[in-house]
Ligand binder design. Structure first.
Ligand code: GTP
Ligand code: MG
Length: 202
């Protein structure tokens, strides 16, 4: 399931403008700065294929990357970035949600959740929106290498992950699959690639 080849294909701001060759794809979504672009780079073993930044709001389009000439990884703008201009935020929200609802080749959304901080309401809302719209989802917990100092009341990534799962259990009949990851240590990379390969072969 390793990635031998990864090529940037195009940036789109409309679902209709996305590639039309019918290949299966997986989209990375999550709060701004959660590590979507970093995860993509970790999966393809390249430092800067998808552009990353310390500042949220870096990715602003639907970016298609073709993998091994046979499927796509899709990098999306993040949600919940309060400092972005209002019109821009509404725009991102509109075209990403339109994309989720109207993209038949989308095999599964990979919803990224920051495991280094407590669960956020906006992430729970996003997970429930995907669930309500019956969009297949995999939960990817990011930044599992980051450990807060316990004396400041910080929890370990494992504890934050458990808390998040307890919270979403109330609105899912069957809990979505989940993987713990880090783009720093590459934790979870093989697990994600294997999971994607299994989903493609259904
Ligand atoms: P937007 O495109 O703005 O929505 O952000 P994004 O979700 O693509 O985040 P990006 O990959 O640009 O990463 C944001 C910041 O988090 C960068 O400073 C990364 O270096 C850092 N980061 C991403 N993944 C990890 C991780 O697994 N561990 C740690 N410690 N830092 C990470
Ligand atoms: Mg990004």
């Amino acid at each position: 399931a390793q990635i031998m080849q990864a090529d940037f294909i195009k940036s789109s701001v409309k679902t209709q403008d996305c590639p039309s060759d019918g290949l299966p794809e997986f989209a990375l979504v999550g709060r701004s700065n959660v590590g979507k672009s970093s995860l993509l780079n970790s999966l393809v073993r390249r430092k800067r294929l998808a552009l990353t930044s310390k500042k949220p709001g870096k990715t602003q389009c639907i970016n298609h990357f073709k993998i091994n000439d046979s499927w796509y990884l899709v990098d999306l703008p993040g949600y919940g970035y309060a400092a972005a201009p209002q019109e821009l935020r509404i725009d991102w929200e509109k075209f990403t949600k339109d994309y989720f609802l109207n993209r038949p080749t989308l095999v599964s959304v990979f919803l990224l959740i920051d495991a280094s901080i407590p669960a956020k309401k906006i992430d729970l809302e996003y997970a429930s929106w995907l669930g309500e719209n019956q969009i297949p989802m995999t939960l990817i917990f990011t930044k599992c290498d980051k450990r807060k100092k316990r004396k400041n009341g910080g929890k370990r990534p494992e504890e934050n992950v458990n808390d998040f799962q307890d919270l979403i259990r109330s609105f899912f009949q069957t809990a979505p699959p989940w993987i713990m990851t880090s783009s720093v240590t590459n934790q979870g990379r093989d697990e994600i690639l294997l999971h994607m390969a299994q989903l493609r072969n259904y």
